[in-house]
Design a protein. Structure first.
Length: 429
């Protein structure tokens, strides 16, 4: 049988694209090689990320290693797809030998047909899950209509294109029928869902329909843009038990001057008012945000304001990126005015504050009971998550294996016994 190794880099949206290709390849009698090493497959396909500098470098490193094996005859064919290939196809094809074909982000069907060497259609609902079988990412739209000054995603993936509700719900039902208990809804801007297709924010009604699917336990949202946050969604988070009380809002900054330069359609006062209102309305929710430090016009005062905001609001989850200048974005024209060393200092200071906050929040959970979904077994522990934690990026709950035999993918009620900044230890109830 023909064998293929697919290396999927970058975000969960890339993961979904890779899983669709895997499902279609399996349907066409290809064998997937899942081992970490490449092991001389017939074909290697690399799905690249082109979002920021570090991600681009990781993609290039993978391509160079695979191209070397291709030139040595250890791989019969090598293909590269995804965001990096979309942005830099001409430059990369001139500089790197050994890649048979470069594909952009909208050429999934061509990728399939080139690999199987047949003119067969791509079935978008065919997926081979690479996540644990009890949760899956569900992409509800492609592209983005926001024009954030630092972000290259609209340049790479184009304008926002919502998938029809019926198609999304059909995929959701298929995934749940396969054993998926948690669906993580993803797109660049979830709150924009439906505006292009139905001329309204249709995320709440999509969730209401999805919640009716029997066997689906958790619906998680990633990511919610802060501008024009739908009031109906707040009501739904309060009332729908299947919708995780997990509010993932990438604010990026708090300084009005920086936000305006970033073209984020909001101000410091508006951002703070929204977050205060959400805290009041959803006191039991976990809030996650991402921030950018070292933006070209971020002054020391802007940074101090950001630190103060982080200290005051006390996010349950927080991530920090150092600014990465991206060709073609409006921020690129500003130059890269903050040194890498200074960017890292600012990122470290924010994360130091957050570390203290995270530990304090977690210590307050000691003695309390939570429902967790068990993800995996690692070393001496079973590892699970509460509804307040997304896989791979948030906190985990550890239960000693010696406490009893548990089943992965099942829900358990536990009591927290110990706490660290990013881990909780628990006993079964």
């Amino acid at each position: 049988m023909n064998t293929i190794k697919i290396i999927s880099l970058g975000c969960s949206k890339n993961t979904v694209d890779s899983e669709i290709l895997m499902g279609n390849l399996v349907r066409n009698h290809w064998t997937l090689i899942e081992a970490e090493d490449i092991k001389n497959p017939d074909v290697v396909l690399i799905n690249t990320c082109g979002f920021i500098g570090d991600a681009k470098q990781e993609s290039i490193d993978y391509i160079l290693r695979a191209a070397h094996l291709r030139m040595m005859g250890k791989i019969k064919r090598l293909y590269v797809m995804g965001c990096l290939a979309q942005r830099y196809r001409d430059e990369l094809s001139k500089e790197i030998e050994g890649v048979d074909t470069w594909f952009g982000v909208h050429q999934m069907e061509e990728v399939l047909q080139t690999i199987i060497e047949e003119n067969k259609p791509l079935e978008n609902l065919d997926r081979f899950l690479t996540t644990p079988s009890h949760y899956a990412y569900l992409k509800i739209a492609e592209g983005c209509n926001r024009k954030c000054a630092f972000c290259a995603i609209p340049l790479i993936r184009g304008e926002h294109l919502s998938r029809p509700k019926e198609e999304i719900l059909e995929e959701a039902r298929q995934l749940v029928a396969q054993g998926v208990k948690e669906l993580i809804l993803i797109e660049q801007d979830l709150t924009y869902y439906g505006i292009d297709l139905y001329q309204r924010q249709a995320l709440p009604e999509l969730i209401q329909e999805m919640a009716k699917i029997e066997g689906l336990e958790w619906i998680r949202l990633q990511y919610l843009y802060p501008h024009a946050f739908p009031e109906e969604l707040i009501k739904l988070i309060k009332e729908e038990p299947k919708l995780c009380k997990y509010i993932d809002i990438p604010l990026q900054h708090i300084s009005t001057e920086v936000l305006h330069s970033m073209k984020r359609s909001t101000t410091k006062e508006e951002s703070m008012a929204l977050m205060t209102y959400l805290r009041e309305q959803l006191p039991n929710a976990a809030f996650r945000t991402t921030l950018i430090v070292g933006y070209p016009n971020e002054t020391e005062k802007d940074f101090e304001d950001l630190k103060q905001f982080v200290s005051d609001f006390r996010f349950e989850r927080l991530g920090v990126f150092t600014y990465s200048p991206e060709e073609g974005t409006s921020a690129y024209e500003l130059g890269d005015l903050v040194s890498d060393k200074e960017k890292q200092r600012r990122a470290d200071e924010i994360m130091e504050i957050q570390e203290t906050i995270s530990l304090s929040i977690n210590e307050n959970k000691i003695g309390k009971e939570f429902r967790i979904l068990l993800d995996r077994e690692e070393g001496d522990y079973y590892i699970g998550r509460t509804e307040f934690d997304s896989p791979e990026v948030d906190d985990e709950v550890l239960i000693a294996i010696e406490d009893g035999e548990l089943t992965l993918g099942e829900f358990y009620q536990v009591r927290i016994t110990e706490a660290e900044p990013h881990d909780l230890y628990a006993e079964l109830i």
